[in-house]
Design a protein around this ligand. Structure first.
Ligand SMILES: Nc1nc2c(ncn2[C@@H]2O[C@H](COP(=O)(O)OP(=O)(O)OP(=O)(O)O)[C@@H](O)[C@H]2O)c(=O)[nH]1
Ligand SMILES: [Zn+2]
Length: 214
């Protein structure tokens, strides 16, 4: 089983819709408005946005936001759709481990530093491995909670490749829990999404988790 035949088990249409390029980009404020907002936050933090060292900061922050939130301009499914079908009779798991990423939590806009591990069981085609890492980046460079990030990566792979199964595990440290609040340094959140055969086959799932270091 693959695709969206069973939304209760596999990635749902709602998740699929969320990871495509969002339509709210139409109402995007201007760069001048973004820079004014940064000046407001500098004042709120207690500093003077007019002092020389901070004069260029709003435009730098706006440029940094273009990078940090680049994911809103991308569609991870599109990135994954360039596939190769000359794979002989290969149908074993394809696994990519240790994909480092940087994201932002949607509650505090604090950094999330994490590592993703991915596996899928190809049916007649595979994707270039860099595209798996690009799909992680595309989903991560948005405001996220880790559970949804995990789900979106799995759903994107499932939608693009129609494999027999997809497994995604993410371990990450959340800045909102380490630099503020409870200050639980070193605490890591682990989330996983198992679709198709990975949801059904405990042995397969166990092999993947062991290879991912769990
Ligand atoms: N499940 C989940 N929770 C997250 C994630 N990122 C941040 N959070 C949590 O989101 C919650 C937001 O809770 P609130 O009580 O509204 O915010 P807060 O008062 O700043 O909470 P504290 O962090 O406990 O000070 C916090 O418990 C965060 O730890 C995530 O990716 N997944
Ligand atoms: Zn947070």
């Amino acid at each position: 089983m693959n695709g969206f035949d069973d939304p209760a088990v596999l990635g749902s249409d709602a998740v699929r819709a969320n990871i495509t390029k969002p339509s709210f980009a139409r109402s995007r404020p201007s760069q001048a408005e973004a820079e004014a907002a940064v000046r407001t936050l500098i004042s709120w933090a207690g500093d003077d946005p007019a002092r020389p060292g901070l004069l260029d900061t709003p435009s730098r922050v706006a440029r940094a936001y273009e990078e940090w939130f680049r994911g809103y301009k991308e569609d991870p499914v599109e990135l994954l759709e360039r596939t190769f079908d000359e794979i002989g009779s290969y149908s074993e798991a394809v696994e990519l481990h240790g994909i480092r990423f940087h994201s932002f939590c949607e509650h505090h806009m604090a950094g999330i530093e994490g590592t993703a591990h991915i596996a899928y069981l190809p049916v007649g085609r595979v994707v270039g491995i860099s595209k798996l890492a690009r799909a992680v980046e595309s989903c991560a460079r948005r405001l996220q909670i880790q559970e949804r990030l995990t789900d979106e990566i799995a759903t994107a792979i499932d939608a693009a490749l129609k494999p027999r199964g997809v497994a995604v595990v993410i371990e990450a440290e959340h800045g909102c829990m380490t630099s503020r609040g409870i200050r639980a340094h070193g605490a890591r959140l682990v989330t996983r999404r198992m679709l198709g055969a990975y949801g059904e086959d405990e042995t397969l799932r166990g092999e993947f988790l062991a290879a991912a270091g769990f």
